[in-house]
Write a protein that binds this ligand. Structure first.
Ligand SMILES: [Cu+2]
Length: 149
């Protein structure tokens, strides 16, 4: 009799359970609020001519058409004007007259005899008395004065 040896092979089954890799860390989103900085730029540069508290403004001169000459400030006859730098606008209405301003630091013929029209100049007025005149007729009284304080 032939004996058959039965070989029992043992099978090893290795069951590797796949480890589920769940539950990952949730990343938190951090929202940083940015503060809004309002930049209000108030930068008004006031330029005043002369500085040191001196005044500025406009003076209006007029000569002619008759034998009249005058200087006005704010529409009124200039009598007392504060020291400072002024725009002097002269209206010359006659070819027979001129406009000449004389005073401390100023000796300016703004319009000539023969000229008719407007001329604008800048004058720096200091304390003292200023005379405006028409040269050919100053001796006849075609002149005036104002004080600068
Ligand atoms: Cu004149």
């Amino acid at each position: 009799m032939i004996r058959t040896a039965a070989i029992l092979g043992a099978a090893l089954a290795l069951v590797l359970g796949a480890a589920a890799c769940g539950g990952g860390g949730s990343s938190e989103e951090t929202t940083t609020e940015q503060a809004t900085t309002e930049q209000t730029t108030t930068d008004q540069t006031t330029t005043e001519g002369g500085g040191g508290g001196s005044a500025s403004g406009t003076l209006e001169g007029e000569t002619g058409p008759g034998f009249e000459i005058e200087v006005k400030q704010n529409g009124e006859d200039a009598e007392s004007v504060k020291a400072g730098t002024y725009t002097l606008k002269v209206e010359d209405k006659s070819a027979s007259h001129n406009f000449h301003l004389i005073g401390p630091g100023v000796d300016k013929v703004v319009t000539d005899v023969g000229f008719v029209g407007d001329k604008t100049v800048t004058v720096t007025l200091k304390k003292g008395t200023y005379t405006y005149q028409c040269d050919p007729h100053a001796s006849s009284g075609m002149k005036g004065t104002f004080e600068v304080t």
